[in-house]
Design a protein around this ligand. Structure first.
Ligand code: MN
Length: 231
């Protein structure tokens, strides 16, 4: 078989402390998975999370100890940060039970679900899809993946985002409405999960706008830091 042009490179995310790379298959995201963020977006705070996607090549991996560059996207004047725990799937499956979910997790990372908030608001108003608001190029900066085997107590970890040194988002992973096992179980009822899938698990309260020149530092205990500059 001859390809009519070279197949695009598979997006990859480095594995911490290793030369290994995690190949990205798909990117799923959970909406409104922290009650206080749900409220700031106009929800009741306790509704069931829902899912949306970004293209795999929206993942911009930022190697440990480096500063990633995110170009300020076109067609928006309200680019928002959302710091999130990312779950990296190593073993696929459909209809995964909550009890079995852990064995499908290969690792974890810190990620940013960057959002054109103005386009998202328009989409909501008009009942249209969120793709241009959420799934644009460079919209998913992600730090190195930490193998699940190397992590113990993620449940009590704190999650934080600063912009130019000012704390904008600060919470605990324990405040998720649905925990990561419940998310995997629910998502796997809609899609057969595959090795290489990434799941952005939702953001806590404090989302807000960033400008060109801003430095974003995202952090989760045990997973290190993800730093990007908006250029
Ligand atoms: Mn999000």
């Amino acid at each position: 078989m001859e390809l009519i042009f070279s197949a695009p490179a598979t997006p990859v995310v480095p594995v911490i402390g290793s030369t290994a790379l995690f190949p990205v298959h798909r990117i799923y995201c959970v909406g409104r998975n922290y009650a206080e963020h749900s409220k700031e977006m106009g929800g009741t705070g306790r509704e069931a999370p829902f899912f949306f996607m970004k293209p795999a090549d929206a993942a911009d991996a930022v190697p440990n100890g480096t500063v990633g560059q995110m170009p300020y996207p076109s067609k928006t004047s309200n680019l928002h940060h959302e710091v999130e725990l990312v779950v990296a799937i190593g073993k696929g499956g459909a209809n995964i039970s909550v009890q079995d979910a852990q064995q499908h997790i290969w690792g974890y990372a810190v990620g940013l679900d960057m959002t054109r908030r103005d386009l998202q608001a328009q989409s909501k108003e008009q009942g249209r899809p969120w793709c241009t608001a959420k799934g644009f190029d460079h919209s998913a900066p992600i730090g190195p993946i930490v193998p699940a085997a190397a992590m113990n107590d993620l449940q009590s970890a704190s999650i934080k985002l600063t912009v130019n040194g000012d704390v904008r988002q600060q919470s605990q992973l324990s405040k998720m409405t649905w925990n990561i096992h419940e998310i995997i179980s629910e998502l796997s009822q809609f899609y057969a999960l595959q090795p290489g899938d990434l799941i952005f698990t939702g953001t806590p309260e404090g989302v807000g706008a960033v400008q060109k020149g801003d430095i974003l530092e995202a952090e989760i205990d045990g997973l290190g830091q993800l730093t990007i500059a908006i250029s």
